[in-house]
Write a protein that binds this ligand. Structure first.
Ligand SMILES: Cc1cc2nc3c(=O)[nH]c(=O)nc-3n(C[C@H](O)[C@H](O)[C@H](O)COP(=O)(O)OP(=O)(O)OC[C@H]3O[C@@H](n4cnc5c(N)ncnc54)[C@H](O)[C@@H]3O)c2cc1C
Length: 453
């Protein structure tokens, strides 16, 4: 889609608001005369969206980062570090951060909720940027203007780091009502703290029978996490003395990562609990009758956690940025610099990116430090050499004490295939309690980096 086709919101209001922003935001309601406040204009349903957001006046080139996940939090901090003149604004629709990494072991009570939960206010104050609890809803790239639920924001640079959304159509669930019910009754737990909490309650309350878990196809978020979750679910059942099984339906032909380690753990500890079924291409879900259909079989369940394939977060498509050639609705970006191919002021990072890197927190964090440097250099008319992101992932296998295995990897670019592949892979498939603690220390280190100075 070309820049001209980008969806627009009300253009007349946009022009008025742009003029107000150019005049230094003097048209905000707070600055209006008392008489004007006594005779307010008749409100329109979307009126408040088309005025400038109430924000401190930008003191330098404004860089707006959409999405306060692992990518956006890191970008906001390091943009300011690499160019203190930048006026950095981080935007998230949530008002606090709850970590997805480590949430599987939290479900099995190996850490408490406080370990996962962090404050955006702390992050912004400690690192000298602004935080706004708002949702991005529209983009006008011609005017470099972002529309949010709290009003319009002009930018000099924009980074979109909104993560992923689920794509239920890829498991045969096309009707939005069905997708909604599936999400409520059998949440995936890969994109929201509420879902993760609901799954913990399911695991703690499960009364027996078949608990179905699924592994999606494609480049899904955190390759190891569905297998780790199967181990945690089985460990909880064992600890609670529940009679039942974890049925792990994998849409892939084999375990995607740490293959030997997970196979061994399934056999050694959970042989009587985990039933692993590879190449289970899910084609339909019967929510009423609690059954999943694959091309060859039907599987009944008593309770389920259904993780469908993922796509780039919906705003990438809604902002007219999705590449029509991308099955996961990702934007066409420069694979080394991360800016849109037709716009050097707009960048896409984290799990929304189009490169085939692992969709993981460490990848997003290491990549974000690099992209912050790319943007700071661009503002000075410079370029920096490409640097590979680093993937690092710990997977819990046993509990009390937590025992984990891990992988660390980089990427290299294959000039012939024109794609990236794993490089320098360090795989540790022997789990132990030291790696269990190392995984927690890894997460703690990154929370410190994102939330403290
Ligand atoms: C169970 C589980 C275990 C995992 N384990 C690991 C692990 O061991 N190691 C590892 O490295 N990774 C792990 N991951 C993966 C990791 O969580 C993700 O890869 C990482 O969160 C990606 O970061 P991100 O910033 O791209 O996206 P996110 O962290 O999802 O952040 C995106 C943010 O954008 C916000 N947003 C979206 N749309 C808008 C909008 N329109 N306006 C405003 N805000 C918006 C969202 O609210 C969200 O806060 C795990 C994930 C899960 C679910």
């Amino acid at each position: 889609m070309s820049k001209k086709d980008t969806p627009r919101f009300d253009r007349r209001r946009f022009l008025q608001a742009s003029a107000a922003l150019a005049a230094g935001g003097a048209a905000t309601p707070a600055a209006a005369a008392p008489e004007a406040r006594q005779q307010p204009a008749k409100p329109t349903i979307l009126g408040h969206l088309s005025r400038p957001a109430d924000l401190p006046k930008a003191k330098g080139p404004r860089v707006v980062v959409v999405g306060g996940g692992w990518s956006g939090l890191t970008l906001a901090k390091y943009l300011k570090r690499f160019n203190p003149a930048f006026d950095v604004l981080l935007l998230d629709r949530k008002d606090q951060f709850v970590s997805c990494p480590i949430s599987n072991v939290w479900m099995a009570d190996q850490v408490d909720l406080e370990f996962l939960t962090h404050s955006y206010v702390d992050a912004a104050r400690n690192n000298d940027y602004l935080f706004l609890n708002a949702t991005a809803i529209g983009l006008d790239r011609d005017r470099r203007m972002l529309a949010t639920t709290l009003g319009l924001i002009a930018y000099d640079y924009l980074v979109l780091a909104p993560g992923i959304d689920y794509d239920y159509s890829r498991i045969g669930v096309e009707d939005p009502d069905d997708a909604y019910r599936l999400r409520m009754h059998y949440p995936a737990g890969f994109n929201s703290a509420s879902e993760i909490m609901a799954i913990k309650h399911k695991l703690q309350d499960f009364g027996g029978g078949t608990l179905l878990l699924t592994v999606p196809a494609g480049n899904y978020r955190c390759m190891a996490a569905p297998y780790e979750r199967a181990c945690m679910a089985a460990a909880i059942m064992k600890k609670r003395g529940i009679q039942g099984k974890v049925l792990l339906l994998d849409m892939n032909p084999d375990i995607r990562i740490k293959t030997d380690g997970f196979k061994k753990a399934f056999e050694q500890y959970y042989g009587d609990i985990i039933q692993y079924e590879p190449s289970a291409e899910i084609s339909a879900v019967d929510i009423e009758n609690k059954a999943v259909e694959t091309d060859f079989d039907s599987y009944a369940f008593d309770d389920a956690v259904i993780y469908p394939p993922v796509r780039a977060a919906r705003i990438i498509e809604e902002f007219g940025l999705a590449d029509p050639a991308s099955a996961q609705f990702e934007a066409a970006i420069d694979p080394f610099k991360y800016n849109l191919l037709d716009d050097e002021r707009v960048y896409v990072t984290g799990d929304s990116r189009s490169q085939p890197f692992s969709k993981s927190g460490n990848t997003a964090h290491s990549e974000a430090r690099y992209v912050a440097e790319v943007i700071a250099a661009h503002a000075q008319g410079k370029e920096i050499p490409w640097r590979s992101p680093q993937t690092m992932c710990f997977s819990g296998v046993r509990i009390d004490p937590l025992e984990s295995m891990s992988i660390i990897a980089f990427y290299s670019y294959d000039e012939n295939e024109k794609t990236f592949e794993f490089d320098r892979v360090h795989l540790m498939e022997k789990w132990n309690a030291t790696a269990g603690q190392a995984g927690l220390a890894w997460a703690e280190g990154l929370y410190r980096d994102m939330f403290y100075a």
